[in-house]
Design a protein around this ligand. Structure first.
Ligand code: SAH
Length: 256
């Protein structure tokens, strides 16, 4: 593995051989940096295996694969779970919430980018609902120009801030608030991605989406199950596509 990359990390638009996005070791950021280097696993090799699996599962977007390869997922989970960080499983991140499986993260970001031609560079501004531990925000920071990520639980907002501090991602903006209201100041968004599922997509997200933009979100179906939904905004309408079933934590209103 090459030496520590300069920050912000730049990725080749179509290369999966990207620089690793890892915390900058510094005395001031002991926690995350220590975890990044002290786990006793060659995370590059484990991530390469994760990438093979993602390809086998049908993830083809090279920009997404490069971003998944670059972010050290083990830096975002509790020490006891580090060995499971690259497995195809969701993991608890505290306060009853979970970090999605790598496969689901890659799939949703692929859908978010799906509107644009591969190799056409980064998406513009993206809004993420549900920062959680900050992992997906870090992945998004490599495929979008700006990432606004909002979390309703103060404890997780603080955790994400701590996790991300060492990565020094200048294009990630963490917000504490109710994501059901969106974040009007950052609008219009080229993409909105939700990590929590509700009964419908809030009107605020639709209003804050740019024409040509996409919303990717889990949504409850009539049977009470959850499905992944893609909404595309055109000049005249919102086009909705319902995809596979998923299992996300509930989208809740208000802050806590
Ligand atoms: N993307 C996250 C996954 C977090 S799980 C990661 O990579 O870790 C989903 C998160 O959505 C939870 O932290 C939950 O608190 C949050 N959430 C649920 N409803 C929300 C709302 N209305 N606004 C903001 N965040 C919300």
């Amino acid at each position: 593995m090459a030496g520590r990359p300069g920050f912000p990390v730049r990725l080749g638009a179509s290369s999966a051989e990207a620089a690793t996005l890892r915390p900058v070791p510094a005395r001031a950021v002991k926690g995350a940096a220590a975890r990044a280097t002290g786990v006793g696993l060659d995370s590059g090799t484990v991530r390469a295996r994760m990438l093979d699996k993602l390809r086998a599962q049908g993830i083809t977007n090279e920009q997404v694969l490069a971003a998944m390869n670059a972010v050290e997922r083990h830096c975002f989970v509790d020490t006891a779970l580090v060995n499971q960080a690259y497995e195809d499983t969701s993991l608890p991140i505290g306060l009853g919430q979970t970090i999605s499986k790598p496969n689901v993260v890659a799939r949703m970001i692929s859908l978010l980018l799906g509107g644009q031609k591969e190799g056409s560079g980064r998406l513009g501004r993206v809004l993420e609902i549900g920062t959680g531990c900050g992992y997906q925000a870090a992945v998004l920071s490599l495929v979008a120009k700006e990432v606004y990520s909002i979390e309703r639980l103060r404890g997780l907002h603080d955790k994400a801030r701590a996790n991300l501090r060492a990565f020094r991602l200048a294009n990630v903006h963490l917000l504490f608030g109710d994501g059901m209201q969106g974040f009007a100041k950052g609008a219009p968004y080229a993409g909105i991605i939700a990590a929590a599922g509700g009964a419908c997509v809030p009107q605020a997200w639709i209003d804050q989406l740019a024409v040509g933009g996409r919303i990717v979100a889990p949504m409850s179906t009539a049977t009470g199950a959850q499905a992944l939904v893609v909404l595309e905004k055109t000049e005249r309408e919102m086009k909705q596509t319902v995809l596979e079933s998923v299992h996300f934590v509930p989208l809740k209103s208000g802050i806590a």
